[in-house]
Design a protein around this ligand. Structure first.
Ligand code: C5P
Length: 201
């Protein structure tokens, strides 16, 4: 039986951490859809046309080691505004969502466009300051050279672009449950998500 959990929200709100933990808890598969846009964006940094990059995306591209950098994040957000890029990535995401055994997808438009009929929709948020601190810790921990101001500027500019675009903008679905993780640690945020999903299962 297919059971789909859609988790959307702004950059670095905790979607990835929550999605992974929720998928592990329920034994569901997990797709970080941001990786599709990051891998596409990364290929455009070599001069590849964005639509071609999206159409030719390979599973191996999602394994590339340098998809987490702010440069790639910005490139992802730029290509994500192009309707033809989004269109090239829809079928893969919908097929993943429909797989037997349950699936968690996280991104910006999962509850609104990719899986409007998802069984559970969460919109995960946190204040700009909390998100920037969390992402800074993550990036420094993985050896990236950056600082608070740079991380905050990246998050804010991507959120602004992602929210303002005409194609599948970042916004909560009408029937999404909002989870503000500003004052929660990881365990509390994961527990809250699991409680919401259990109410539907
Ligand atoms: O989630 P992550 O921060 O890795 O996503 C990188 C960028 O990819 C976002 O800023 C957004 O522009 C784009 N994205 C999107 N739709 C999704 C997932 C990511 O437009 N479903």
């Amino acid at each position: 039986m297919a059971f789909t959990v859609a988790i959307d929200g702004p950059a670095a709100a905790g979607k990835g951490t929550i999605s992974k933990a929720v998928a592990a808890h329920f034994g569901f598969a997990h797709l970080d859809t941001g990786l599709l846009y990051r891998a596409t964006g990364r290929r455009t940094l070599d001069g590849t046309d964005p639509v071609t990059a999206a159409e030719q995306l390979l599973a191996a591209d999602l394994e590339a080691g340098d998809l987490r950098t702010p440069d790639v994040a910005q490139a992802a957000s730029r290509v994500a505004a192009i309707p033809e890029v989004r269109k090239a990535l829809v079928d893969f995401q919908r097929a993943f969502a429909r797989r037997d055994g349950g699936a968690v997808l996280d991104g910006r438009d999962i509850g609104t466009v990719i899986c409007p009929d998802a069984d559970v929709k969460l919109f995960v948020t946190a204040t700009d300051d909390v998100r920037a601190e969390r992402r800074l810790k993550e990036l420094l921990g993985s050896g990236h050279d950056t600082d608070y101001d740079e991380v905050l500027a990246d998050l804010r500019s991507r959120d602004a672009r992602d929210s303002a675009r005409a194609a599948a903008p970042l916004k909560p679905a009408d029937d999404a449950v909002t989870l503000d993780t500003s004052t929660m640690d990881i365990d509390a945020a994961v527990a809250a998500a699991i409680t919401i999903i259990n109410e539907t299962l």
